[in-house]
Design a protein around this ligand. Structure first.
Ligand SMILES: *[C@@H]1O[C@H](CO)[C@@H](O)[C@H](O)[C@H]1NC(C)=O
Ligand SMILES: *[C@@H]1O[C@H](CO)[C@@H](O)[C@H](O)[C@H]1NC(C)=O
Ligand SMILES: *[C@@H]1O[C@H](CO)[C@@H](O)[C@H](O)[C@H]1NC(C)=O
Ligand SMILES: *[C@@H]1O[C@H](CO)[C@@H](O)[C@H](O)[C@H]1NC(C)=O
Length: 438
């Protein structure tokens, strides 16, 4: 849709602005409405969050749709017997047999929040790579898959599909996956163009993954946005403590940073406006809600921190960490999120993506502890606020430049601008923390 190389592009870009006047709710909660700045805020929803205990349980009722421009329902799966897309939790997703019908509940949000686009993600870590590798390897099974996707999207009212194959040519995939992934994306694009649907993909950002799995120039041609998963760059697998999603590093040869990963993708030919940037996740010890060793949601971390953990800021990675006894949590907070969003907008990326909205402090349980916060969803609000502030800063810099030189900085030609707009930088939302025992 908006980022295709078509003349309609510039017109469509205005849509988020128009929605300001039609969506009165956009200003609920003051600053922070994602609909006001015109950049993407892509919110992944991990639907199993509903099964978390106590105040960790998250359902669509807890969503503030004004903080996102795009929602991504994670995840659907692939049935390898039929090469068709399928629900991985029929009770939660579907209405059949008295199910909860969350597919339709999420897409129905568009009626009240017309600025929203709602996509369905397929894949994710637990689905592995092998089934996708086999499906993508032959034109007939790709076609079967694509027509099943098309029916599925239409049936439930989604606006598009997000491919989360983790990862082509890795984790049991085959070397041919890199090329077959391009075929798959190209053929999906042909089908999606008939319906005006959005086609995106979440890409791993480790340099070895990028090299083995992705033909970036080709993918950029067919995808509307690339969601660059800029987190899990370090974890307990390193056997040492490191920031989960370091923005930068003082080591010149350190490739495991958000900055390096994004610049590497851009160098490979991903258009900035197609990239969206995502913050953090880890192993070590479990949190009370997410219960997975090495990972904790921000909503768990902020509660723990308020119970006497000491917090520090690491200037090297531009991220905070918290320490108690022999335990360390590296994570993202309002300050580090703001740094990442600022970085993405300065590079003129399409926006920011968050993994995942259900691990922000959505109840506002920590508002009295965190110092700066004034409401629930402190990280989501920080994203929207920082986008607005950074865009304003950029505009002011341009004006100063204009006054000093007497003329505008040379604008790229229309053709170049078009090209640049194709890339959306998906930055993971640094919501999940990395934890490790020292
Ligand atoms: C492949 O798909 C089948 C069912 O369609 C599933 O049982 C299996 O777990 C999948 N493979 C992997 C590695 O997840
Ligand atoms: C589906 O996946 C399962 C588990 O990964 C595997 O054992 C089976 O052979 C696969 N079936 C087909 C038709 O590929
Ligand atoms: C975090 O806080 C919860 C709730 O107070 C507690 O049960 C848990 O043990 C704490 N975790 C750590 C690692 O301190
Ligand atoms: C935060 O402070 C307000 C005002 O003092 C109080 O009403 C509220 O209960 C507090 N919330 C928490 C989570 O402690």
């Amino acid at each position: 849709m908006e980022v295709r190389k078509t003349p309609a592009f510039f017109i469509l870009l205005l849509l988020p602005l128009i929605s300001i006047t039609t969506d009165v709710d956009a200003f609920r909660g003051g600053v922070g409405g994602a609909t006001v700045h015109g950049r993407l805020v892509v919110c992944y929803v991990s639907t199993w969050s509903v099964y978390r205990v106590g105040r960790g349980s998250w359902s669509l009722d807890n969503l503030d749709p004004t903080l996102c421009t795009h929602l991504v329902y994670a995840f659907a799966g692939l049935d390898n017997r039929t090469n068709t897309i399928r629900s991985l939790d029929e009770y939660h997703d579907l209405e059949d047999n008295y199910g909860k019908g969350n597919y339709k509940k999420m897409t129905a949000l568009k009626n009240r929040y017309p600025h929203l686009k709602v996509s369905l993600a397929i894949g994710g870590w637990n689905e592995g790579s092998t089934n996708y590798s086999i499906m993508a390897s032959n034109p007939a099974s790709r076609q079967t898959f694509i027509s099943s996707v098309s029916n599925f999207i239409r049936k439930y009212g989604f606006d598009g599909l997000d491919l989360d194959w983790e990862y082509p040519a890795k984790r049991g995939g085959a070397p041919g996956d890199k090329e077959n992934f391009v075929h798959l994306v190209k053929e999906l694009r042909e089908e999606f163009d008939k319906h005006g649907w959005l086609l995106t993909a979440a890409l791993g950002v480790g340099q070895d993954t990028v090299d083995a799995a992705y033909n970036i120039p080709a993918l950029s041609r067919y995808l509307d946005y690339i969601h660059a998963m800029c987190y899990d760059l370090h974890g307990s697998w390193d056997k040492r403590v490191g920031a989960n999603a370091p923005l930068k590093s003082t080591q010149p040869d350190d490739t495991l940073t958000v900055e390096y990963a994004i610049k590497y993708l851009l160098k490979q030919g991903a258009p900035a406006r197609k990239l969206v940037n995502v913050p953090a996740s880890p192993k070590g010890f479990p949190g009370p809600y997410t219960k997975e060793d090495g990972f904790m949601g921000y909503n768990e971390i902020c509660v723990n921190i308020s119970n006497g953990w000491k917090t520090f800021w690491d200037d090297n990675s531009m991220t905070p960490y918290a320490v108690q006894g022999n335990k360390v949590i590296t994570y993202d907070d309002e300050r580090s999120i703001a740094e990442k969003v600022n970085f993405a907008i300065k590079l003129d990326l399409a926006g920011t993506m968050v993994w995942s909205v259900d691990t922000d402090d959505f109840h506002g349980d920590c508002i009295n502890n965190s110092g700066g916060g004034s409401s629930n969803y402190p990280l989501m609000r920080t994203i929207s606020r920082t986008i607005t502030e950074t865009l304003k800063e950029k505009q002011e810099e341009e004006e100063v430049d204009k006054k000093q030189t007497g003329h505008t900085t040379e604008q790229p030609s229309a053709a170049c601008r078009h090209e640049a707009m194709l890339a959306v930088l998906v930055t993971p939302f640094a919501v999940i923390l990395r934890m490790a025992t020292v």
